[in-house]
Design a protein around this ligand. Structure first.
Ligand code: FAD
Length: 431
């Protein structure tokens, strides 16, 4: 399509009318039904933005829980800097945008009949469906771990009761005890978050249990923002000294956790080294949320392949997958990225419903990690679809991290930007 025609179509889409024959008519999207599954970061954003793009669309959001608890900032609950309640949102804001909210669990998608079926026994017809079910865990990859065991040995990688369980265990452990944190292999939800968690736990120990120690066991040789984290750990937690509150053991030491002994809370590594703990936090290997498997949206990787222009599943037409569950190349599995994908997806669906060609998208991601009191580090990135339309790639020269040697004021600014980001971001998603 040449540029002039594309611009014309875009202008008409933004206005009122265009038919496939070229005659003005009422927008074809009017009244079309879009069912969104999962009211987390991706799902809530796409539902809201579809309605903002076109208030005549019939948008229904189906979510299991009446209250959503953000994972972002949940590491601060562990150090006592935040309450879990401060991370919770309902769906009244989305209702005000005209999104129909259904609290129920989706069991299947009937692709032939274009119906979403729920546990509550109701079927919802769709013209387009968007799935944003988040992640699930590969418990079986850690010998001795399971959903049941996670009720004693938490992962705390979905915020809520798991976060409180881990916080309570930290509060109950003796001064002088060892906390062991098993970091996950790639790819997983929120690359910097295990290291932010390590920082927040170390911050808690420093204040309340200074004779204790945190050991991070990692199956990876390196991690995101590593230089910034290590600098903060050195300054705040005696990293790499005899009195270190925090140790990081990398893949070079074969430190991935492959098993555990529940009774003694012992993590067992690839080499067979045993790490008994007062508190054991296992963040297991991950895969797309269960519904993505039940609805045949995953491939052999355990994640959902999509057309990167529209986020339409390459396995089932008219169904789009966004957020952590989808494969989005260089874009990390983060809330920020899920929100960015959701906006691209909403715009693409709007275009498709109107018989228009979706615009080639760009994306952004930003992530703040709180490493101590009034001390945050950050990373941002900008991405676009490659010219052949196949891969989401990082734009060379874009983005970056916070300074390695910031002034005290810059550090303070980063911490205040982190809290502002949270407030603005949750407003964008849920209000
Ligand atoms: P989710 O937000 O998990 O939403 C999935 C929703 O689908 C859930 O509400 C679930 O109940 C619902 N659902 C699932 N199955 C069904 C079904 N069958 N029927 C109905 N509903 C269903 N990201 C950042 O950008 N910045 C951060 O600072 C950050 N910090 C993090 C810290 C931690 C400790 C963790 C664990 C994550 C962090 N993240 C952060 C990542 C972020 O939370 C996720 O990337 C983001 O939530 C992904 O959005 P999603 O829509 O894919 O999944």
């Amino acid at each position: 399509m040449n540029h002039t025609r594309r611009t014309l179509l875009k202008t008409l889409a933004a206005g009122a009318a265009f038919s496939t024959l070229g005659f003005p008519t009422i927008l074809r999207a009017a009244g079309q039904r879009i069912v969104v599954i999962g009211g987390g970061t991706g799902g809530a954003t796409v539902a809201k933005y579809l309605r903002l793009l076109d208030a005549t669309l019939d948008v229904t959001l189906i979510e299991k829980n009446a209250i959503y608890t953000t994972c972002y900032m949940s590491n601060e609950v562990l150090s006592g800097e935040r309450t879990l309640e401060s991370l919770q949102f309902n769906y009244e804001g989305l209702k005000a945008h005209g999104v129909k909210i259904v609290i129920d669990e989706v069991t299947t998608i009937d692709y032939e009949a274009q119906l979403v079926r729920t546990k509550g026994g109701i079927s919802y017809p769709y013209d387009r469906c968007v799935v944003s079910p988040g992640i699930d865990f590969r418990y079986e990859r850690i010998d001795g771990y399971s959903l049941e065991v996670s009720e004693q040995i938490p992962h705390a990688w979905k915020a809520g009761p798991q976060t409180l369980l881990l916080r309570d265990q930290l509060q109950a452990m003796p001064n002088g005890g060892t906390v062991v944190l098993a970091a996950p292999p790639n790819p997983y939800r929120c690359p910097p978050a295990p290291y932010e968690r390590a920082s927040q736990i170390a911050y808690y120990l420093k204040q309340h249990k200074p004779n204790s120690k945190l050991i991070v066991l990692d199956p990876k040789p390196s991690f995101t923002k590593q230089a910034l984290f290590e600098k903060a750990w050195t300054e705040l937690y005696g990293y790499k000294t005899d009195n270190a509150l925090l140790e990081w053991h990398s893949a070079d030491q074969a430190s991935g956790v492959v098993g555990l002994e529940v009774a003694t809370k012992t993590a067992i590594t690839e080499f067979g080294d045993r790490f008994p703990a007062a508190v054991l936090n296992i963040i297991p290997p991950q895969k797309a949320g269960k519904l993505a498997f039940d609805a045949d949206l995953v491939d052999s990787t355990g994640w959902c392949p999509v057309n990167k222009l529209t986020f339409e599943s390459t396995r089932h037409p008219k169904v789009h997958v966004i957020g952590d569950a989808c494969m989005a190349d260089s874009l990390p599995k983060s809330g920020f990225a899920a929100n960015s994908e959701a906006k691209v997806c909403a715009s693409a669906i709007h275009a498709l419903l109107n018989g228009l060609e979706p615009e080639s998208p760009s994306f952004s991601n930003g992530c703040y990690s709180l490493v101590g009191k009034d001390y945050a580090i950050s990373v941002v990135g900008v991405y676009r679809l490659s010219n052949d339309g196949k891969v989401i790639e990082s734009i060379a020269g874009s983005g970056g991290t916070s300074a390695l040697n910031p002034t005290a004021q810059e550090r303070l600014f980063d911490a205040s930007y982190a809290y502002s980001w949270y407030n603005n971001f949750t407003q964008d998603v849920f209000k």
